[in-house]
Design a protein around this ligand. Structure first.
Ligand code: ATP
Length: 266
């Protein structure tokens, strides 16, 4: 069977410290996902069903995958990913089998987070979609309803378009909780920039607050690209003289002009 997407969570190394902004969202994530995974017996004692599915919805590049990886890593849970488009194409004809396998592995390795990226590609409203999607949604519902390790296997579905998700998937006991992951505001952008420049030797004239102010509409993925592009601009800008370059290499700096160049190109 195909297992190249399966990775032990511990290897991802992503922590909550790697997520900028999203404080309130992370609170919800911890309550809805971390708590049932780490203390399922608490829910049982209180006589409530822990969630088996949570939807993260919002524009691309805002940190949905990052959150799923971070929470899995933080609670030392096994991590499985399913890509909606991939299961529809690559596993065409074997999609249901593939889903069953993922859930089997998930239960065997519980606690597990199953991250279902672009879930809308399988879970469009059933009555106006083709037979294939029908069957896959049906299979997913069956698998989620049948989870023995309830609370210890949580499916995080990610989508840009929550309104196109099959209502059956959003009913109680399935993806009955939703967390919106929105475009960051200025403060969020500043925190994201701080994450991505944490390990960077910045010149004193780099004004992270100013960059945050100037990047209205940028999501985390864009800000990540700004930081990488600035570092690349700094490398391109190295002294040409061999001795000077050696000194620079030992003690590199990313300056304001490099961020300006990055912002102009992204
Ligand atoms: P998609 O819908 O395209 O899968 P996504 O919401 O899952 O998007 P991620 O894959 O989590 O987005 O983000 C892509 C990259 O952008 C991350 O690896 C990270 O470098 C950066 N990023 C996004 N959001 C944040 C954030 N809130 N804090 C820090 N980095 C972020």
């Amino acid at each position: 069977s195909e297992t190249e997407a399966d990775e032990p969570a511990a290897n991802s190394g992503v922590t909550y410290e790697d997520i900028g902004g999203l404080d309130e969202e992370l609170e919800l994530v911890r309550e809805m996902i971390e708590l049932p995974l780490s203390e399922p017996e608490l829910f049982r004692r209180l006589g409530v069903e822990p969630p088996s599915g949570v939807l993260l919805y919002g524009p691309p590049g805002t940190g949905k995958t990052l959150i799923a990886r971070a929470v899995a890593n933080e609670v030392d849970a096994h991590f499985e990913t399913i890509s909606g488009p991939e299961i529809m194409s690559k596993y065409k004809g074997e999609s249901e089998e593939r889903l069953r396998e993922v859930f089997e592995t998930a239960e065997a390795n519980a606690p597990t987070i199953v991250f279902f990226d672009e879930i809308d590609s399988i879970a469009g409203t059933r009555d106006d979609e083709g037979d294939a999607e029908n069957r896959i949604v049906g299979q997913l519902l069956t698998l989620m309803d049948g989870l023995d390790a309830r609370g210890e296997v949580i499916v995080i579905g990610a989508t840009n378009r929550v309104d196109t998700i099959d209502p059956a998937l959003r009913r109680g006991g399935r993806f009955d909780r939703e967390i919106q992951i929105g475009v960051p505001d200025e403060e969020g952008r500043r925190e994201i920039l701080e994450v991505h420049t944490r390990g960077m030797p910045l010149a004193d004239n780099v004004d992270v607050d100013g960059i945050a102010r100037r990047t209205h509409g940028f999501v985390g993925a864009d800000l990540d690209a700004v930081a990488s592009e600035a570092a690349m601009a700094a490398i391109r800008d190295r002294p040409t003289d061999a001795d000077d370059r050696r000194d620079w290499n030992r003690n590199p700096t990313v300056r304001k002009t490099h961020f300006d160049a990055a912002l102009a190109s992204i």
